[in-house]
Every structure is written in structure tokens, then in C-alpha cells.
Ligand binder design. Structure first.
Ligand code: C2E
Ligand code: MG
Ligand code: MG
Length: 685
């Protein structure tokens, strides 16, 4: 984690440093300006003095000065003019702050200096001299530890020396240079004093401002810190919330639910009272999600959560266990009667469809209820939930939209189911699925028109398992689509083999489950199976039950149309058991109705079944649809349905579902055809 930002420390250090820099810079700046002004002013004064000297002194000595360079230095120093000059100049500058005067001739020779030791020195290279010779005065301020002035040697002085050109008139040529030294120490001191005053003033004002800002910054620092703490607290609360609640529905999540349940169990034990747990799954939620989109799926979940909460009021806690599953814990629940009442109340809350984004979504629930009796030893929350889930599975198996109360038998079944699930996960890879084929015979010719492919599972340690025992599990486990793909491919392959071995008109019908029908991959899967096997599309028929089609009629019609475009034919399986709405039959591009065997089974003994079978056949005829009578077991049934004019018959009387190789023999065996033909003929006469 990065270091927290220390506002106070940063502020105090940086601004302190800032104040010091600003104050010093100000003083420095002031000093530079003040010294410059001093230099200008003193230079002006010295120029005036030099002018006065050049008027009063120069004319007298100019001849001497011009000839000076011809004399050796010791003679020059001893010349009487020098003494006289010293005297005259001293007279002139008396009372002024001038402490030394020097005169250079135009070649830079020091012709005169009030400090005689300097006479004779050559200053031709001196910068000030050169500037003066170029026509302008030049000044320089220096500090001298010792300085030999007119009268005395003086110490610790600020000395301004000015080089001033000497010319008789403004436009005359320069004849020499005066160097005038003035003692400006008091003035420099004044500047320094003012500098210190400014430094003091600025620093005190800055410190005042600094203190004022420090108070403000401290306050800001406290506010920022408090806000930081609040943000941290909020984040922690959010993390806590997310760890225990479902963000979509605002309900406690599984973790929280298990905590709540564990506490409730403890209380139930202490008070010696019952406790109920209801596990709830939304029926076919995956289809809602897949067909209407996740956004709408989420809205459905929110609405389901709302209705569940409304149905238990304060009497229980509702939680979302994940996906489409919810759970409720109801303290004090001890009788099946109350449990039934609560469950029915919940079902009642879902009587009305959910309206979202122009869709009317009918939601049904499968519920499993477990009641922990007071005398029970069952303390384990996970086990209680497990039991409710097992009961919920039974409710699903019973056809959904219902509730089941947990019993010990369910536990045993749940265990069996677990074993089955484990086995099914490996079955496809281990090639344990097999297809059996049941003949469908033309009721007029007695020829085998088609075969229905029916899947079986060759469990390694069990008898052949029938589809009723595992298809729903494959659906639940999301395995139906891959297994279904194999079934379609295998049925096409086998039928093509029959075509190639002398039975070129044989059709095969394959059952499609809900998941397969709604799967995005269905069309590709059918196309691939036909392509890979080389079976022409018209020899493949797909069977769908009414419940599969009734789920979302508009979407179902679209899927059927796309399948139809591939060239395959379509049949409605188990017709008569579902939502047999005549109006949708008109919309569906189907070729065939397979009349459910529950009607055929008692068609000769039950008037209603007979009437229904008669009506279905007549209706199919008028719509131009073929009919198949399923589950024909007796000659009476065969006679009845052939008399009605059913296009095809299927049932144990004609032939049981058989493995491909066994069926091959009877298909190709001329005697078995004539047997069937004979059978039908016998029935018809
Ligand atoms: P279904 O499609 O209606 O298949 C007919 C069922 O009735 C088959 O049961 C068949 O063996 C049975 N049956 C045929 N004739 C008679 C008869 O005369 N009397 C009696 N009592 N039963 C007869 P099976 O093979 O156990 O299949 C049951 C259901 O499982 C099928 O009903 C179908 O819905 C489903 N199923 C079977 N194979 C598949 C498959 O490959 N994929 C899918 N999705 N479902 C399948
Ligand atoms: Mg079928
Ligand atoms: Mg059927």
C-alpha cells in the first residue's frame, strides 16, 4: 500500500522553504536595485566633479600631463607639479566624500594619484579606463578592507570608483581619464539596513500568512482524513454487503443464508421448536434467459425475489442461492399443513405473469420443503438445505410448477440420482449411449416407411437404461445438447447405411428435447449430420412434443421454419397430451402428428380415447398432415387406427425398438415384410 499523503508535513516544509526563498529573493532584488541606483547617483556626482576639475585644474596641468609619459616614474613623482596638483585637488574636494583622485593620460599611464605610490602605473588594460576612453563614465562598487585615502589609511569601506573621460568641450577628443573614489559606506549601510527591514517585514507578514494558511490546511487535512475514513468505512461496508448479499435482488446470498440458517437451527434447538427450509428453482429459467436475453432474465429474477419476499412477509428470510435458485428459512414451522399453506401461497403469488419490455412471462416454480422437527438431531445447515434441494428435484421431475415435502425416501432417491449423474458425465466420452430403432409401418402397404431412433444408455454396471430415466438429467446437467448432437449424427449415419444396403426410401425420425430445440447450435448440428452422412434431408424427421413448441410460440415457429428450410420434415410427438391448440397447428410448418400412445392404448375400450383419436385423425387429414398411431399393441387397436386412415402405425405389435443390426435383418428379410403386410391385410378384412 502506498504511503498516505501527509498534507500538514508537506505544507509546513514546502511553504517554509517557499517563504525563505521569496524573502531572500526580495532582499536580493531590492539590494541590486538600490545599489544600482546608488551607483548611478554617485557616478553623476563624480562626473560633475570631474567636469569641474577638468575646467579648473586641467587647463593648468594639461601640458604637464601630456609630457608626463616622457619622464621616468621616480622623476615624475618628484615633479613639483605633482605636489601642486595634489594640493589643488585636495582643495577642491575638501568636505566631499571623495577619498582618492587619479589622473591617467590617454595612454593609460597614471600621471597623478593622491596615493603617490600609484603614480607611474599603467592602466591601459583596465576595463573602466577603456570604457571611459570610449567616451562614457564607468563606475564600480567594491568593498575594501584597507584603503589609503587622502589623509589616512581607512578600513572596511565601500568604495565607488568612477572613470570619467576628460575632454575640453563636449565634442572634443578625450585627453585623459579621471578616476574618482568616493566613500559610500554609510549609503551602502543604509541599503543593507533597509534590506534587513524589508526581510524582517516580508518574513513576518509571510509567517502571519503561513500561520493563517496552516490553520486552514490543518482543517482541510482533518476534513480529508475524515472523508478518507468515511470512504474506507463505506468500502468496507460495501465489501461486507457484497460478501453477504446478492447485488441484483438485494437478498442475502448463499453465504449469508447459511449463517442465518445455522443461527435459526440453534434457536430452534434451544426453544425446542420446528424449522422449515424451502428451496425454490425457477422452472426453465435458462430458456427465459437464452430467448429473452440476460437483461430481461435479471428483471425476472428481481421480480421473483420481490414476490417471494411478499409471500413470506416477516415470517421468514428469503435468500438467493445463486442462478435461478432461492431459499427461504421459516422459523417455528413444524407441520406439513403449514408448509403446504405457505407453498401454495407462494405458488399463488406467481399466478399472474410478469410483464417486462412488452413480454408476458409466465414464471412457475419447483419447490422442495424440508421440516426440521424439534426432536430431530439434524443440526447441520448444509444437510437441511441438501434435503430441501433433493425434494425440489423431485418437484422438477414431477413436471415442475409444484412443491414436494422432503421424506427419507427422497434422500435415497437423491443419492441414486447423484450416482446416475456421475455416470452420465462420462457416458458420452465412453460411448455408452446406443440408439435403438423402432419401425413405423405404412398402414396401407405394410411397408416400413420409417424408423424412430430411441436412445438408450448402456450403463457399465446396470441393465440398459431407458431414456425416461436419464433424458431429464441430461437436460438438467446441460448435457442434452452434446448428447443430442451425437444422436442426430448417429441416426443419419445409420440410415444412410440402410439406404446404401438396399433400402433407399427409409426415413428416420429423431426426438428433440426442449434444450436441443432452443439451442443455438441446432441448425448447424442438423446440417452437419446430414452433410457428414450424405443422407438427403427429406429422409430425416424431427419429433417435437407440444410442450416444447408451446413455450414461446413465435420463437418456436421461427425455429421450425429454419429447420423446414433445411429440407427436413417435422412431427409433433405425443400429440393430444399437451396444449393441443388448433390455432397454433396452423402456424407450425409440421408434416405429421404422432397420436400419443395413451389414447391408442385404450382406443378400443375407452370412448373418449376413441373419440379423440378419431377427431385428431380427421383434423390432420383436413390440414393435409400425416398421422402416426403410437404404441399399437393389439390387433384391435391396429384395426381401429387403420380403419380411421392413420398414415402410419408404430408399436410393439409391429416391432419393438431394436439395435440397428437386429433391425437390419428384419428390414431386409422379405418374410418379415410380408408378415407385416399380412398382419395389416388381416386387420383390414
Ligand atoms: P417417444 O418419442 O414417444 O417414443 C416412444 C416411446 O414409446 C419409446 O419409449 C418406445 O419404446 C415406446 N413404445 C413404442 N411402442 C410401444 C408400445 O407398443 N407400447 C408401449 N408401452 N410403449 C411403446 P422409450 O424408448 O423409452 O422412449 C421414451 C421417450 O424418451 C420417448 O418417447 C422420447 O420422448 C424420449 N426419447 C427417446 N429417445 C430420445 C432421444 O434420442 N432424444 C430425446 N430427446 N428424447 C428421446
Ligand atoms: Mg418420439
Ligand atoms: Mg411419442
Amino acid at each position: 500500500m502506498s504511503e498516505p499523503f501527509r498534507l500538514i508535513r508537506v505544507y509546513s516544509l514546502k511553504s517554509f522553504f517557499g517563504i525563505a526563498v521569496v524573502a531572500l529573493a526580495l532582499v536580493f532584488f531590492y539590494r541590486a536595485i538600490a545599489v544600482d541606483a546608488l551607483k548611478q547617483q554617485e557616478t553623476k556626482f563624480n562626473v560633475a566633479l570631474a567636469q569641474s576639475l577638468s575646467i579648473t585644474v586641467w587647463p593648468t596641468y594639461s601640458g604637464f600631463i601630456r609630457s608626463a609619459k616622457t619622464l621616468p616614474v621616480d622623476r615624475l613623482t618628484a615633479e613639483p607639479e605633482i605636489r601642486q596638483l595634489h594640493h589643488d585637488i585636495a582643495e577642491k574636494v575638501r568636505g566631499l566624500k571623495i577619498i582618492k583622485v587619479k589622473i591617467y593620460d590617454s595612454s593609460g599611464l597614471t600621471v597623478f594619484s593622491t596615493d603617490r605610490s600609484q603614480i607611474g602605473e599603467i592602466k591601459a588594460e583596465n576595463e573602466g579606463f577603456l570604457v571611459a576612453m570610449a567616451g562614457s563614465p564607468a563606475s564600480e562598487l567594491v568593498f575594501k578592507d584597507t584603503f589609503s585615502a587622502f589623509e589616512d589609511v581607512i578600513e572596511n569601506r565601500n568604495v565607488l570608483s568612477s572613470y570619467i573621460p576628460i575632454r575640453q568641450t563636449a565634442d572634443a577628443s578625450i585627453e585623459g581619464v579621471f578616476e574618482i573614489y568616493s566613500d559610500v559606506t554609510p549609503l551602502v549601510w543604509d541599503i543593507s539596513r533597509t534590506g534587513y527591514t524589508i526581510l524582517g517585514g516580508v518574513t513576518s507578514l509571510s509567517l502571519l500568512l503561513y500561520l493563517f494558511l496552516l490553520v486552514t490546511v490543518r482543517r482541510a487535512d482533518q476534513i480529508i482524513k475524515r472523508q478518507g475514513q468515511e470512504t474506507q468505512q463505506r468500502q468496507q461496508a460495501k465489501i461486507q454487503y457484497l460478501a453477504h448479499f446478492d447485488a441484483l435482488t438485494d437478498l442475502p446470498n448463499r453465504t449469508r443464508y447459511m449463517e442465518i440458517l445455522a443461527q435459526a437451527i440453534r434457536r430452534a434447538k434451544d426453544k425446542a421448536q420446528g424449522l422449515g427450509v424451502i428451496c425454490i428453482a425457477i422452472d426453465k429459467f435458462k430458456i427465459i434467459n437464452d430467448s429473452l436475453g440476460h437483461e430481461l432474465g435479471d428483471k425476472v429474477l428481481i421480480e421473483v425475489a420481490r414476490r417471494l419476499r411478499a409471500s413470506v412477509h416477516d415470517g421468514g428470510t428469503v435468500a438467493r442461492m445463486g442462478g435461478d435458485q432461492f431459499a427461504i428459512v421459516i422459523e417455528g414451522l413444524s407441520s406439513q399443513q403449514t408448509a403446504t399453506f405457505i407453498a401454495e401461497n407462494i405458488i399463488g403469488k406467481f399466478g399472474k405473469p410478469i410483464h417486462e419490455a412488452g413480454h408476458e412471462i409466465v414464471v412457475t416454480l419447483s419447490m422442495g420443503i424440508t421440516i426440521r422437527q424439534e426432536e430431530e438431531e439434524q443440526d447441520n445447515a448444509a444437510q437441511v438445505v441438501e434435503n430441501a434441494i433433493a425434494a425440489m428435484r423431485v418437484a422438477k421431475d414431477k413436471g415442475r410448477n409444484c412443491f414436494v415435502i422432503y421424506t427419507r425416501e427422497i434422500n435415497a432417491k437423491a443419492h441414486g440420482r447423484f450416482e446416475l449423474e456421475m455416470g452420465l458425465r462420462k457416458a458420452l466420452a465412453n460411448r455408452e449411449f446406443v440408439l435403438h430403432y423402432q419401425p413405423r409401418v405404412n398402414s396401407e402397404t405394410g411397408r416400413v416407411n420409417a424408423v424412430e431412433a430411441l436412445v438408450r444408455w448402456q450403463h457399465p454396471n446396470q441393465e440398459l437404461v431407458r431414456p425416461a430415466e436419464f433424458i431429464y438429467l441430461l437436460e438438467d446437467m446441460d448435457l442434452m445438447v452434446p448428447v443430442g448432437e451425437w444422436i442426430i449424427a448417429e441416426a443419419c449415419r445409420q440410415t444412410k447405411t440402410w439406404h446404401d444396403s438396399g433400402y433407399p426410401k427409409l426415413r428416420v425420425s429423431v426426438n428433440l428435447s426442449l434444450r436441443q430445440f432452443r439451442s443455438d447450435t441446432l441448425l448447424n448440428c442438423v446440417r452437419k449430420a446430414l452433410g457428414d452422412s450424405g443422407l438427403p434431408a427429406q429422409y430425416l424427421e424431427l419429433e417435437l412434443t407440444e410442450s416444447v413448441l408451446a413455450d414461446d410460440i413465435r420463437q418456436a415457429t421461427n425455429i421450425l421454419r429454419s429447420l423446414k428450410e433445411l429440407g427436413v420434415s417435422l412431427a409433433i410427438d405425443d400429440f393430444g397430451t399437451g396444449y393441443s391448440s388448433l390455432s397454433y397447428l396452423m402456424h407450425f410448418p409440421v408434416n405429421c402428428l404422432k397420436i400419443d400412445r395413451s389414447f391408442i392404448g385404450d382406443v378400443t375400450t375407452n370412448k373418449d380415447s376413441a373419440a379423440l383419436t378419431t377427431a385428431i385423425t380427421a383434423m390432420a387429414k383436413s390440414l393435409g398432415l400425416e398421422t402416426v398411431a403410437e404404441g399399437v399393441e393389439t390387433s384391435e387397436q391396429l384395426r381401429f387406427v387403420t380403419a380411421l386412415g392413420c398414415t402410419e402405425v408404430q408399436g410393439y405389435l409391429i416391432g419393438e425398438p431394436l439395435p440397428a443390426e437386429k433391425l437390419t435383418d428384419s428390414l431386409l428379410d422379405a418374410r418379415s415384410f410380408s408378415l407385416t403386410r399380412h398382419l395389416i391385410h388381416m386387420v383390414q378384412t
